[in-house]
Design a protein around this ligand. Structure first.
Ligand SMILES: Cc1ncc(COP(=O)(O)O)c(C=O)c1O
Length: 401
């Protein structure tokens, strides 16, 4: 037994290091092509612009930029975010509807903490973003899963589940959903489906936590309006992040929600970290104001489209036909279904010995199903690594058939 374990709180003792994370750690410092991460391509970082902005912010606003600031965020940034979020169709909001967080991860943590009690009924997509699931798991809700299809979560199936729960006298609290360029599936909900989900939320009176991490990164066709844009009742809590469109190292995310919810987020955040780093917020505000992000986005989308194409071509060439895969319309990941008999968690060690890593898909399912699935990232590896890595992975899968 570890020396200090008896001192740890019950909740901390329940946080288990995942076997997959432990395995993936082994890739550090080794010659492994990693499809496991979710990192942006560093060539998309507007380094020169950021350098200039930081210099100017320190020259002109150091007394605020290096000072403590308001818990909900620096006013300059909140104002910029009102107009920036309008690019996702969200209008009729003001600065008081905006809350700035340390990445959207902190916002997910706070939102699930202020809303979810043990036993609450919560819907998630199958599969869904694993770190959101991990935060939710600690809250011990009763999970309900909705399989993701090409047009988004299967809402007919969700509706039957909602009907059944209602007939049993059970109330649903919320759905956590990534409607656009979903992580890990790469799919985007059709507009009709978005409207249908909003109708369900209204009819069954539950909240929607909309994670729009990739809303600005749709590279095939237009990005449909966010759910928040269709929200006439204030029941959508929208999350955005600068991680995929400016820099994840700045650790900046934001929430758009009803003022009443924003106040609760503020109260909770005061206990966590008082506020998000002021300097970073000034940098982001200037990056929006000067159009740095807006100018950079088409280049980032082009790059990710090209990398997606290289990965899809490589999969078509090297994976056996029995493997099904998504063709993402945006974001950073391809999701694949291998033949049922292949357990991707078991296969990971061998893949890494052969020089390639991925994330086994079961981590993205609240019930740990999907054991034959995997998530493969194309935004970070180089084009030649994508080709080589997919060839290695394809040969390994073929050897298991
Ligand atoms: C769907 C989704 N939500 C949230 C996050 C968290 O991002 P951050 O905390 O960097 O904003 C990520 C990161 O990969 C993500 O994929």
């Amino acid at each position: 037994m570890a020396k200090w374990q008896p001192f740890l709180s019950k909740q901390t003792n329940e946080l288990k290091s995942s076997e997959i994370r432990d395995l993936l750690k082994l890739t550090e410092g080794r010659e492994v092509i990693s499809f496991a991460g979710g990192l942006p391509d560093p060539s998309t970082f507007p380094v020169e612009d950021i350098k200039k902005i930081i210099d100017e912010v320190l020259d002109t606003k150091s007394s605020s930029a290096l000072q403590y600031t308001a818990t909900a965020g620096v006013s300059e940034l909140r104002k910029q975010l009102v107009s920036f979020t309008a690019l996702r169709g969200v209008t009729n909001i003001n600065e008081n509807n905006i809350f700035v967080s340390v990445g959207s991860q902190e916002a997910l943590f706070i939102i699930f903490n202020i809303l979810v009690d043990q036993g609450d009924h919560v819907f998630v997509e199958k599969p869904t973003y694993l770190t959101a699931l991990n935060v939710l798991r600690v809250r011990k809700p009763e999970f309900h899963g909705v399989p993701v299809t090409e047009k988004g979560p299967n809402l007919h199936e969700m509706e039957s589940q909602l009907k059944k729960l209602k007939s049993e006298g059970k109330r649903v609290k919320l759905m956590y959903v990534i409607p656009t360029a979903q992580n890990p599936a790469g799919t985007t909900m059709y507009l009709e489906e978005r409207k249908y989900l909003m109708e369900l939320a209204s009819a069954y009176d539950f909240l929607i936590v909309e994670d729009d991490a990739y809303g600005f990164l749709v590279f095939d066709g237009d990005s449909p309006p966010s759910l928040k844009a269709l929200d006439t009742e204030g029941r959508v809590i929208y999350l955005g992040t600068f991680s995929k469109i400016l820099s994840p190292g700045l650790r900046l995310g934001w929430v758009v929600a009803d003022e009443e919810i924003i106040r609760e987020l503020e109260l909770f955040k005061q206990n966590v970290d008082l506020h998000t780093p002021s300097l970073n917020q000034f940098v982001a505000a200037e990056a929006i104001k000067r159009g740095v992000i807006q100018t950079n986005l088409p280049k980032t989308r082009d790059l990710y489209r090209r990398k997606r194409d290289i990965m899809i071509d490589a999969i078509n060439n090297y994976f056996p036909d029995a493997v099904k895969r998504t063709k993402p319309v945006g974001g950073m990941f391809v999701f694949a279904w291998l033949p049922e008999k292949i357990d991707t968690t078991k296969m990971l060690q061998e893949a890494m010995e052969n020089g390639v890593a991925y994330v086994p898909g079961s981590s993205f399912f609240y019930d740990y199903s999907g054991r034959n699935t995997m998530r493969i990232n194309y935004s970070f590896p180089s084009k030649s690594q994508i080709e080589r890595g997919i060839e290695i992975l394809g040969n390994l899968i073929k050897s298991k058939l």
